[in-house]
Design a protein around this ligand. Structure first.
Ligand SMILES: [Zn+2]
Length: 52
């Protein structure tokens, strides 16, 4: 049986300006953990809806 782990593309960088943090393939968000905590909830909702 194959394990169907849901992962994102490798080598993605955080979208926060000037942030060079490489995102984990297991992190499906467009921001690193630090900046994800900083962006407004309203923006998170938009990002989640768009399924980047
Ligand atoms: Zn970042």
């Amino acid at each position: 049986m194959k394990k169907a782990l849901k992962t994102s593309a490798e080598g993605r960088k955080c979208r926060f300006p000037h942030c060079t943090q490489i995102l984990s393939i297991y992190n499906h968000k467009p921001y690193c953990r630090v900046h994800w905590d900083q962006i407004p909830q309203k923006q998170k909702t938009i990002i989640s809806a768009a399924k980047v």
